[in-house]
Write a protein that binds this ligand. Structure first.
Ligand SMILES: [Zn+2]
Length: 337
C-alpha cells in the first residue's frame, strides 16, 4: 500500500510503499528498505476517517490512508485498549455521568479545601501587602475620601473600634475606615489584613444607627476571621486553572461551560462564605451586647430603611438570600447556645 513519508529534516515528502508483516512494518523508499517493530513506532489514535500518522524513531512521519489492514496492524498493540474504550457505548455513557460527577466533587469540595489550605499557609505580611494594594486601587479608581463630618467619623470610629476589641482575635489588628463609596453605593467590606471599610452611603442609609452598624461590623469581622478574601482568591484561581486543565482546548464548549458554571460556582462560594460570616457574627454577638434577634432586626431594618430597591440590591449583591439569612438568625436565637 502507498503512504507519504515526511522527513524530519526536510520540507519534502515522498511516496513510499508500505507492507505489513506479522512483526514488522516495512517501508520501501527509493534508496532503502526500513523495518520497524510496533514498539518502535508512535501511532496516532484512530479519529473518524482521518489518515493515520505514524512517527518513526528517526522523527520522520508516515501518513497512511485508513484501511482495515493498516488499522488492524496499528491498533493490535498498545493503543487498542484505549481505542476500544473510546468506541464502547457503555464507556461513553458512563463517562457522560462520571465526568459531571467528578467536576461537581472537585468544585464543591476540593476547590474550597485548596482555598482553605492556601489561606492558612499565607503569611500575614502578604495579607497586609495585598490589602494595602487593594485599598490603593480602590481609592484611586472608585472610592473618594469620606464626606462625613469629622465629629461623626471620630465618634463612629471610636464606637466601632471598641466593639472590635470586645470580640477577641489577638492575631489580627483591625481598623475601621470611612470612604465615599460612589459606584459601590451603600456598602461595607473587609480586607484580608483586618481593615473594614464602611461607605458614607451605608452610614447615611442606616441613619448612623449603631446597632445596625454593629451587626454589619461583626459580619465583616467574620469574613476576616475566616480569611474569606484569601480563600476566595485561591478558589477563583484554582477553579480557573482546573477548568483549563480538565477541559483543555475545547473551544466553544469551554466558553459555554464558563458562562454557566462560573456564575453558579461563584454564587455557591459566596453563599457558603456569607453563611460562615453570618454564623461568626451570630456566635459573637453577645460579646458586644447584642443577640441574634438584633442581628435579624438589623438586616430587616436594613431592608425596610432602603427606599430605593436598586440601592438595596446593590448592597446585597454579594449577600444573597437575605430572607433566609434573617430566618437563620431568628432560628439561631431559639436554639440552645
Ligand atoms: Zn458578607
Amino acid at each position: 500500500m502507498c503512504a507519504t513519508l515526511f522527513k524530519v529534516d526536510s520540507a519534502m515528502c515522498s511516496v513510499v510503499d508500505v507492507s505489513l508483516h506479522e512483526r514488522y512494518l516495512q517501508i520501501d523508499t527509493d534508496e532503502e528498505v526500513q523495518l520497524y517493530e510496533h514498539q518502535q513506532l508512535t501511532v496516532s489514535p484512530r479519529l473518524g476517517r482521518l489518515d493515520r500518522e505514524v512517527l518513526l524513531p528517526s522523527g520522520d512521519k508516515l501518513v497512511i490512508k485508513q484501511q482495515a489492514a493498516i488499522n488492524e496492524w496499528l491498533d493490535c498493540h498498545i493503543h487498542s485498549r484505549v481505542d476500544k474504550l473510546e468506541r464502547n457505548p457503555i464507556a461513553i455513557f458512563s463517562s457522560l455521568l462520571l465526568v459531571p460527577l467528578m467536576l461537581f466533587i472537585v468544585f464543591k469540595f476540593i476547590v474550597p479545601m485548596i482555598g482553605q489550605a492556601v489561606a492558612l499557609a499565607t503569611p500575614h505580611a502578604f495579607a497586609e501587602y495585598a490589602s494595602k494594594h487593594t485599598l490603593n486601587v480602590l481609592d484611586y479608581g472608585v472610592l473618594a475620601p469620606s464626606t462625613l463630618p469629622n465629629s461623626i467619623q471620630t465618634e463612629l470610629g471610636r464606637h466601632l473600634h471598641t466593639q472590635l476589641q470586645r470580640v477577641e482575635n489577638p492575631d489580627v489588628t483591625y481598623q475601621v475606615l470611612f470612604r465615599q463609596g460612589n459606584a459601590l453605593g451603600p456598602n461595607a467590606f473587609a480586607l484580608p489584613d483586618g481593615t473594614i471599610i464602611f461607605t458614607d452611603e451605608l452610614i447615611k442609609l442606616v441613619d448612623q444607627e449603631t446597632r445596625l452598624l454593629d451587626a454589619i461590623l461583626l459580619h465583616e469581622l467574620g469574613h476576616v476571621a475566616h480569611q474569606h478574601s484569601l480563600r476566595y482568591m485561591a478558589e477563583v484561581l484554582s477553579t480557573t486553572l482546573l477548568l483549563e486543565y480538565i477541559l483543555g482546548d475545547m473551544g466553544g464548549v469551554i466558553e459555554l461551560f464558563f458562562g454557566v458554571s462560573h456564575t453558579v460556582i461563584q454564587n455557591q462560594y459566596s453563599q457558603a462564605l456569607e453563611t460562615e460570616a453570618d454564623n461568626f457574627a451570630l456566635s459573637n454577638l453577645h460579646k458586644i451586647g447584642l443577640d441574634s434577634n438584633d442581628f435579624a432586626d438589623a438586616f430587616e431594618a436594613l431592608a425596610s430603611i432602603s427606599k430605593d430597591e436598586g440601592e438595596l440590591e446593590n448592597l446585597l449583591s454579594t449577600h444573597p438570600r437575605l430572607k433566609e439569612r434573617i430566618a437563620n438568625a431568628r432560628t439561631y436565637s431559639k436554639s440552645p447556645q
